[in-house]
Design a binder for this molecule. Structure first.
Ligand code: FEO
Length: 183
């Protein structure tokens, strides 16, 4: 009796996405280590926390593949890209990475839609919302560094930013949650 409820193509796409989330975790980990080495302990703390979040995303997909009766393939995680050249560059890279991940999530949503696999489609909506949050958070980082002067940010401004990020919550407020009372 066949108990695998995922098509081969979707199982492969989900396995690929699982690796992509692990890769994202490595990227945040490497940027965090870079930031710490540059003396930005607060930025590093923020990025280390995020590395953990990405690892959780990987686990969610791994668990989903198993629960749907398909095979999980744990493969090598690609190396993260080169270190950022500045805090401004770091935040730009974070934003670009999140946009790239959103595109990958959309692809699986579309595949599951085309296959009329509504359980996978429904599962992937969690990731769609997560990407909304992560892009919003990454854009907020870019706004902060822009206010600090971007590539020309002074040591004083970077010092303040570093302190701020130590306390920045991991979740951004989404447009859908905004009200007139709480803009
Ligand atoms: Fe798991 Fe930042 O995407």
């Amino acid at each position: 009796m066949k108990t695998n409820r995922l098509s081969d193509t979707l199982a492969q796409a989900l396995n690929d996405q699982m690796t992509k989330e692990a890769h994202a975790s490595q990227i945040y980990l490497s940027y965090a280590a870079w930031a710490d080495g540059e003396g930005f302990g607060g930025i590093a703390n923020f990025l280390f926390r995020h590395a953990g979040e990405e690892r959780n995303h990987m686990m969610k997909i791994l668990e989903y593949i198993l629960k749907r009766g398909a095979k999980v393939k744990v493969v090598a995680i690609p190396a993260p890209p080169s270190n950022p050249t500045s805090v401004n560059n770091c935040f730009e890279k974070v934003f670009e990475h999140e946009v790239d991940n959103t595109k990958a999530v959309y692809k699986i949503v579309k595949m599951s839609f085309n296959e009329e696999d509504w359980i996978t489609w429904n599962f992937m909506q969690w990731f769609v919302k997560e990407q909304d949050e992560e892009e919003t958070l990454a854009l907020e980082l870019l706004d902060k560094i822009k206010i600090c002067g971007g590539e020309k940010a002074t040591h004083q401004a970077l010092y303040e930013l570093d302190k701020d990020l130590e306390k920045t919550p991991d979740d951004a407020t989404l447009a859908r949650d905004v009200t007139t009372e709480e803009p």
